[in-house]
Ligand binder design. Structure first.
Ligand code: NAD
Ligand code: HSE
Ligand code: NA
Length: 436
């Protein structure tokens, strides 16, 4: 059988990684797919830039539309990133009857509902394994391998750049900006790295994971999002003292009232596997009713790990080219007409435990006042830590770990604590998850 013809958009980190993996493993891929998979044309913004991959046999063009409009192309591989142009090109490829493989989580999180509806109407597939967890086959695992379960919750480290920064800062005391620059050099970071640092990229990925886990439409705008920029060295040390590590987690939990969708720094008990996922590695812990907990671990970013997922999608799409579209795995795991209209809960309705770090004037009765404020609101204290005060500072640090409580209630307590005369600076609050 003739090779499948692929048109590639974007010859950057993932684009070049994909060209390399497809060439290196061509024979193995053909044995799996039943036919060869060949990139026949590619569009690049800068035609003269030297590339980290061999482009022999690939027709190059500066015009991305020439690729999506080429009647010979069967699969369009979108690896340019960004949102508006990518959306336009993907919709046009679908209109032209082409299948699409993309690594673009921002595109899927924001426009996936429209893109999948369009693709289903046209009888083509849009595959996006590389969009979440880089090389970890997490989309396939949740969408296909856990199909017999009701999924209760999932929690994951789903941004490689952020985890790399936190690990290097914790282990080597390196500077935030310096580690971020290295992540950019290594090809981990987004074109706009604030997406990594502020949790937006993780929120894109959580949006996708929640949809395929619970069978709900993609709802990026409902994800509560906090980034890693405000995590201090002091809190990392305090957390360690209490037996925790600070990880940036995306959490999706199904409750009777609705679904929690939140991305934020989180204290995780140091013995949990997720607490020990370091560097650019990602991991997603999924709790499902029949199988119980399963954990998926692997490189969350980088050229060839991401290419691994892209090429797997190319193989999947190739194998399904002749399958009746209605018999293909649904884009969002559940049949499109069976997606549920379950509310996403506001962050005030979230329930978890909290780490509170406050600075108070070092005088008697302050701790008693704080514990009274908490107990009046029915909030139990699990642990209190008072690190040795720094001699040059007049205020003393107090760290409190609470039991599980509704966020609105802790907010009310925080506001009351903050009004105390003895409290002079804004309190730090970090959520705590025991992941059981
Ligand atoms: N880098 C990773 O580790 C990683 C992992 C998973 C997913 N992704 C996603 O993969 C996509 C690509 O990421 P990347 O890291 O390879 O980015 P990149 O910036 O290295 O590559 C994108 C390339 O597309 C080119 N481009 C932009 N507009 C173009 C156009 N109109 N026509 C042709 N080329 C154009 C750019 O010049 C650039 O070379 C993004 O959606 C990203 O979120 C990246
Ligand atoms: N910038 C992303 C790439 C992988 O999606 C990350 O660091 O996780
Ligand atoms: Na993946």
């Amino acid at each position: 059988m003739k090779p499948v013809k692929v048109g590639l958009l974007g010859l950057g980190t993932v684009g070049c990684g994909t060209v390399r993996v497809l060439a290196r493993n061509a024979d193995e891929i053909q044995r799996r797919a039943g036919r060869g998979i060949r990139i026949v044309s590619a569009s690049a913004r800068d035609m003269t830039r030297p590339r980290d991959c061999d482009l022999q046999g690939i027709a190059l063009t500066a015009d991305a539309y020439a690729v999506v409009d080429d009647p010979a192309i069967q699969i369009v591989l979108e690896l340019i990133g960004g949102i508006e142009l990518a959306r336009e090109l993907v919709l046009r490829a679908i209109d032209n009857g082409k299948h699409v493989v993309t690594a673009n989580k921002a595109l899927i999180a924001l426009h996936g509902n429209e893109i999948f509806a369009h693709a289903s109407k046209r009888g083509v597939t849009v595959a996006f394994e590389a969009a979440v967890g880089g090389g970890i086959p997490i989309i396939k695992a949740i969408r296909e391998a856990l199909a017999g379960n009701t999924i209760e919750w999932l929690a994951g480290i789903i941004n490689g750049t952020g985890n790399f920064i936190l690990t290097e800062m914790r282990d080597k005391g390196r500077d935030f900006a310096d580690v971020l620059a290295e992540a950019q050099r290594l090809g981990y970071a987004e074109a706009d790295p604030t997406f990594d640092v502020e949790g937006i990229d993780a929120a894109h990925k959580l949006t996708i994971l929640a949809s395929i886990a619970f069978g709900i439409p993609l709802q990026f705008e409902r994800v509560y999002t906090e980034g890693i920029a405000r995590i201090s060295r002091e809190d990392v040390v305090n957390a360690a003292e209490l037996g925790y590590r600070i990880k940036h987690l995306g959490i999706a939990r199904r409750r009777a009232e609705g679904i929690e969708l939140r991305v934020h720094p989180t204290l995780v008990p140091h013995r949990r596997l997720l607490a020990n996922v370091d560097g650019v590695m990602n991991a997603v812990l999924v709790r499902a009713d029949a199988v119980g907990p399963t954990l998926y671990y692997g490189p969350g970013a980088g050229a060839e790990p991401t290419a691994s997922a892209v090429v797997a999608d190319l193989v999947d799409v190739t194998r399904a080219l002749t399958v009746d579209p209605t018999n293909r795995v649904p884009h969002l795991a559940f049949q499109p007409d069976a997606l549920a209209d379950v509310p996403v809960l506001p962050i005030d309705d979230a329930v978890c435990a909290y780490y509170l770090h406050l600075r108070a004037a070092d005088r008697p009765g302050v701790l008693a006042d704080i514990t009274r404020i908490l107990s009046e609101r029915g909030i139990s204290i699990e642990a209190v830590l008072q690190p040795q005060p720094d001699e040059e500072v007049e205020d003393a640090s107090i760290i409190i770990l609470t039991a599980v409580v509704q966020e609105a209630r802790i907010n009310d307590a925080i506001a009351a604590i903050q009004r105390m005369d003895a409290i002079t600076t804004p309190l730090t609050r970090i959520r705590v998850e025991h992941l059981k």
